[in-house]
Write a protein that binds this ligand. Structure first.
Ligand SMILES: [Zn+2]
Length: 163
């Protein structure tokens, strides 16, 4: 079941609710987000297709440096999506706190000039928006079954050791 705080976040931003995936999704500061709940965290997932290797490194470095301050549970980038998980204790994160995180992430992406309209598969601009593996993103019709151009290679989940 989707929590009231998540419903409120969707409501105050004119987002949609995906009851099947138990997530909410929509646009924030031009960037597309899917937010869902896990065990003691909220996950913010946004496409980063078209990001340059330098920008990706800067984004990951920033999140690592701000980890404590932003109360991050973990974060990672793979399959052209950035996933940032915010820690949640017994007291659930309010809609305003969730929105604050959306502001942080979208601001960071904007500062790094990450394209907000890149197709998640090929990285080229795409006007069409939809759900791809349940996540809100820009996507060409012809790319739906195409091989992904990998913009997020080799970024392991933070905190895990390499094997
Ligand atoms: Zn495409």
């Amino acid at each position: 079941m989707i929590s009231t705080h998540l419903m409120k976040l969707a409501e105050q931003n004119g987002w949609k609710v995906n009851t099947k995936e138990e997530s909410v999704f929509g646009v924030y500061n031009d960037y597309l987000f899917t937010v869902l709940e896990g065990n003691r965290f909220k996950a913010f997932i946004t496409p980063v297709a078209g990001i340059s290797p330098a920008a990706l490194e800067t984004v990951m470095d920033y999140l690592e440096k701000q980890r404590k301050l932003l109360r991050l549970h973990s974060f990672e980038a793979h399959d052209n999506f950035l996933c940032v998980r915010m820690e949640e204790g017994m007291v659930k994160l309010s809609a305003d706190k969730l929105e604050y995180m959306l502001g942080q992430i979208s601001g960071l992406l904007s500062l790094q000039e990450v394209p907000a309209d890149a197709c998640v598969v090929c990285g080229q601009p795409a006007a069409r928006r939809g759900l791809y593996v349940g996540l809100f993103c820009n996507l060409h019709t012809e790319c739906e079954n195409a091989d992904m151009v990998e913009f997020t290679p080799g970024t392991e989940p933070a905190g895990e050791t390499e094997t």
